[in-house]
Design a protein around this ligand. Structure first.
Ligand code: S3P
Length: 436
């Protein structure tokens, strides 16, 4: 599907973007091994979350597609307990969801049965050694194709305790080890070099597990889980996804007449790097009505645009906005000066190689952007020009290019626009609703 967009004046209105993908995937997987029925209100209904539900169906959890299961009380997950999952008869398909595959690899490593995880061509290209290596140290037996999916996981009677220093800051690796830790014969500790999203820790705590985090001043941390004997079911509301809100936050900042309020957004500190970076660049973001749901902070956000200044970012801040770097790049094209992003090597192994993708697609629109080993450099401001650009099968690239198109002179055609369904199936409709 192609999508053509052109310059608009402003974004106006009140919008609740769809719910958080990371939290929904975790809630469905952890709910499956809870003792009893979990209730998850406002779950995300998208390709990634439906892939997680399909896998659970293969493991004996009576779930249907989210859209048919949604009711005012939310998603109902009949948990089978830590030892209740059933041996799957067929390969479990994770679609293009890296989180589903990596987290399930951990959860399934400690089961008494064999299972195989596979996914789309896109997911088959993504690195899996980052989870299979530490899981093997715990005693898991996983065969892969050169460190990539499909992953054949063999039955294990019990896994061992682990103290693991992660070479890359990855919430998926941390979570995979913690989920395997549910089946370990002693505590598991994961050391992260920079802050990564801590939704798994918050959820496990809400389910009664003994899990502790010791964070250092530089943002690094050690997370320790003592294996529980049981997990309590969840009863929670999933906040709107800040990674989806990000596209509208940046669009409103680029279009100064905008009056947009984004409601019920998850503002967990490990995810709000983009808000901090935007504030440093001169954008005012008001945070209203902050409250907490099942340990996760939620707030309404209002953006007031101002003149944009270039900034240099790296380290913990980049880790806290890793998924927002494509849309941050679009904002940086309109900032005065040289914006530098460091410590973002991980961008090369996301749904697409986002460093090379940003350079190719934003240059086609007139931006001055160069790739570096661990990020990119942008000189601005440069006027953006309409062009034909490619979403590269990557939801966050397609949505970022859509925002660039709203600030560009002339028409922009985004090819492969359907890929937004990974996390935001209603993106084009929502954008249409707030465009002015
Ligand atoms: C995610 C963690 C991040 C993020 C991804 C979702 C998660 O990946 O980029 O979109 O749900 O845990 P890494 O953990 O690989 O950094």
């Amino acid at each position: 599907m192609d999508k053509t967009l052109s310059r608009i004046r402003a974004l106006q209105g009140v919008l609740r973007v769809p719910s958080d993908r990371s939290i929904t995937v975790r809630a469905t997987l952890l709910g499956a091994v809870a003792d009893g029925v979990s209730r998850v209100r406002e779950p995300l209904d998208s390709d990634d979350t439906n892939a997680a539900l399909d896998c659970l169906a293969g493991l004996g959890i009576a779930v249907a597609n989210l859209s048919s299961m949604c009711d005012p009380l939310g998603l109902r997950i009949p948990g089978l307990g830590l030892r209740g999952l059933r041996a799957p008869r067929e390969t479990l398909h994770c679609g293009s969801s890296g989180a589903t595959m990596r987290l399930l690899a951990g959860l399934l490593s400690g089961q008494h049965f064999d299972s195989t995880l596979d996914g789309s061509e896109q997911l088959r290209r993504r690195p899996m050694r980052r989870v299979t290596d530490p899981l093997a140290v715990m005693g898991a037996h996983i065969d892969s194709i050169d460190g990539k999916a499909p992953l054949a996981i063999h039955a294990a009677s019990s896994l061992h305790a682990l103290d693991y220093v992660m070479p890359v800051a990855s919430a998926q690796v941390k979570s995979s080890i913690l989920l395997a830790g549910l089946y370990a014969d002693g505590p598991v500790t994961v050391h992260e070099p920079a802050p990564t999203r801590d939704h798994t820790e918050i959820m496990l705590r809400a389910m009664g597990a003994d899990i502790r985090t010791e964070r250092n001043a530089d943002g690094s941390a050690a997370v320790t889980l003592t294996p529980p004997t049981r997990l309590r079911p969840l009863d929670m509301l999933v906040p709107a996804d800040i990674s989806s809100a990000a596209f509208f936050l940046v669009a409103a900042a680029l279009l100064p007449e905008s009056k947009l309020t984004l409601v019920e957004v998850g503002v967990n500190e490990t995810r709000t790097g983009l808000l901090d970076a935007m504030r440093q660049m001169g954008v005012q973001i008001e945070q209203r009505n902050t409250r907490t749901e099942a340990g996760e902070p939620i707030a309404d956000l209002v953006v007031h645009s101002g003149e944009l200044h270039a900034i240099e970012i790296g380290g913990a801040l980049v880790a806290r906005m890793i998924d927002e770097l494509p849309i941050f790049a679009v904002l940086a094209t309109q900032a005065h000066g040289r914006t530098v992003v460091r410590d973002a090597q991980e961008l090369r192994v996301k749904e697409s190689n986002r460093v090379e993708g940003l350079v190719a697609q934003l240059r086609a629109m007139g931006a001055q952007i160069e790739a570096t080993m661990d990020g990119f450099v942008i000189n601005g401001p440069t006027p953006l020009l309409g062009a034909t650009v490619d979403g590269l099968g990557d939801h966050r690239m397609a949505m970022s290019l859509a925002v660039a198109a709203l600030a560009a002179q002339g028409d922009t055609c985004i090819t492969g626009a359907e890929c937004v369904s990974k996390t935001y199936p209603e993106f084009w409709r929502d954008l249409d609703r707030v465009m002015f």
